[in-house]
Structures are given as C-alpha cells and as structure tokens.
Design a protein around this ligand. Structure first.
Ligand code: G1P
Length: 293
C-alpha cells in the first residue's frame, strides 16, 4: 500500500552561536527574513506539501517557538476591536486550520540523528519529513518539500534534497555520490558527513530537506558518535542504504543558507525584492546605493 507523508520534524534545539549576540535570548529560528521568522517559512513549506503534523524538537531556550505557534488571544482581541482585519489575518494565518503542533524537548544536544530520533514516539511506523529551518528554499511556486512529497508518492523510498555547492565547502555538508543521470533524482551510492574537499566524493550536498522511511529509527539507535562527536543523521542514512534505496533529489528553487550571516543577508535582500509591498522602493534604494560604489 502506498504511504503518505503527513508529519514533519523540525530540529530546533541548536544554540545558534553563529548569530550571537542576536541569539543570546531569542531562538535563531525566530530571526526574521523580511517580516517572517525562519521557522514560519519552514512550517509553511510543510503545509504546502500537505503535511498536517509539525513536530518540533526543542530545548530549554526555545519556548518562544511554542509561543509563536500558539493562539495570541489578547493580541487578536485588540486587533479585532480596532478593526485591523489585515493584521488579524496575518496573525491567524500563523496557525493554519487542521494543523497540529507537537513539541518535544531534546534534553541533550547529541546531534541531528539524536534529535530526529526524539520524534520516534510521535512518528510511529510512517514515512516522515525533516526540515532544517536554517536552509530556506524559495521556488516561487509549490515549495521544495512539495516537490519531494510528489516524488515520494511515486518512489515510496527515502529522499534527500541536494544541490551542488562550491567544492571548497564540502566540509559543511553531508555529501553524496550518485551515478550520472539526466533525471532530477538518482539512487545514492555513497553518503559522508562533512568531508574535507580533498576526500569528498563529489560536491553534491544534502541541504536541510529529507523524507525518511521509519526504518531510519533503528539505524539511528545503532549509530555511534560521528563527525564532531555527534550522532549524525548522515551516518544512520548510510546504514539505511544497505537495506533500502535512498534517492538524492536536485530540487527546483534557490536555497539560502540562513544559518550563516551572508546567506541570511542575501535571503533578506532577495525576498524583499519579491515582496509586493517593498520591492519597488527597495529596488530603487538598491540601485541608488550601487551607483555610489
Ligand atoms: C546538517 C547535516 C548535514 C547537512 C546540513 C544541511 O549539518 O548534518 O549533513 O548537509 O545540515 O544544512 P549542520 O548544518 O546542522 O551542521
């Protein structure tokens, strides 16, 4: 019987040290790109893919994420009383109807594999998505996860979202090797976490989008500490590949590495240029600014 992806895991327990001091008291996932926090883009991408259960793997300092997806009664009444209907719609839109939110604490930061395993009691025996909110993907239409869910409907096997990166940057990513193909997807032969450029099997990098079969959980259980002393999802996927096909899918759209300052700034500029309210004035400002360089 063909299975559907209805649940997404958002590992959001990380400390966000790359954005200090901004992330001393707020979660890095709450940093806004234009006017929306990163985590909301990630949830909207999941909703667009037909996913209705959002599972957040959080930590002590991330309660603000729980608040963001809770109903804000006082604010809603205030906006209602003042007849601010547009703002009210924006506020209510944060929590789409028929979508459930589940929050699980990851008591110790033992790595991405460990974080994903924390969702096991809620996922059960179903395929599921993993979305890393740091990696924001803008495809202008249905969204990256939607593309992957469509492919999953056909293939019924694990799929990783991948893109070509600068060969000098392989040490920041899970890197896969696939046979040459004219298709947008291929079966992965090799996957390795954060290889140095000299030993990287390719420059095809896993970005923060996965659809995994539930068989991954037993694999994570048997995965020891890997790169950086952490329990790596990549290592568990390498183990899964011994039993099942895992596909790499080169998604359509542009990925912004919002976990790094430059990528975050680029995302803000490019999304502002797509924003109907801002784009004309912002473009005029940028043109003027560039003319002075
Ligand atoms: C994680 C994964 C890595 C993946 C990356 C994508 O690394 O471990 O395989 O390529 O996300 O952003 P992190 O960036 O959390 O160190």
């Amino acid at each position: 019987m063909s299975q559907k992806v209805t649940k997404a895991v958002f590992p959001v327990a990380g400390l966000g040290t790359r954005f200090l001091p901004a992330t001393k008291a707020i979660a890095k996932e709450m940093l806004p790109v234009v006017d929306k926090p990163l985590i909301q883009y990630a949830v909207e991408e999941a909703v667009a893919a037909g996913i209705d259960t959002m599972i957040f793997i959080t930590s002590r300092s991330k309660n603000v994420i729980i608040d963001h997806f809770d109903k804000a009664h006082e604010l809603e009444s205030e906006l209602e009383a003042k007849n601010k209907t547009e703002l009210l719609a924006i506020l209510k839109g944060i929590v789409p109807p028929n979508v459930s939110f589940v929050f699980i604490r990851q008591a110790e930061a033992l790595g991405l594999g460990h974080a994903v395993n924390c969702a096991r009691p809620v996922i059960g025996d179903e395929p599921f998505a993993v979305i890393l909110p740091d990696d924001m993907v803008e495809d202008g239409t249905r969204g990256c996860m939607s593309q992957m869910v469509e492919l999953f409907a056909e293939k019924q096997t694990s799929i990783l979202g991948v893109e070509r990166v600068n060969p000098a940057d392989t040490g920041s990513y899970g890197i896969v090797k696939t046979p040459e193909t004219s298709e947008k997807y291929a079966k992965i032969d090799v996957i390795v976490e954060k290889p140095k450029p000299e030993v990287a099997p390719s420059n095809l990098a896993v970005v923060g989008r996965y659809i995994l079969t539930p068989a991954i959980f037993d694999k994570i259980k048997n995965t020891g500490r890997g790169a950086g002393g952490e329990i790596q999802l990549t290592d568990a996927i390498a183990d899964l590949m011994k039993d099942e096909d895992v596909l790499a899918y080169e998604f359509e759209g542009k990925r912004y590495d919002c976990g790094a300052k430059l990528g975050f700034l680029v995302a803000n500029v490019e999304l502002a240029l797509l924003n109907t309210e801002l784009k004309d004035n912002f473009k005029a400002y940028l043109k003027d600014l560039v003319s002075k360089f």
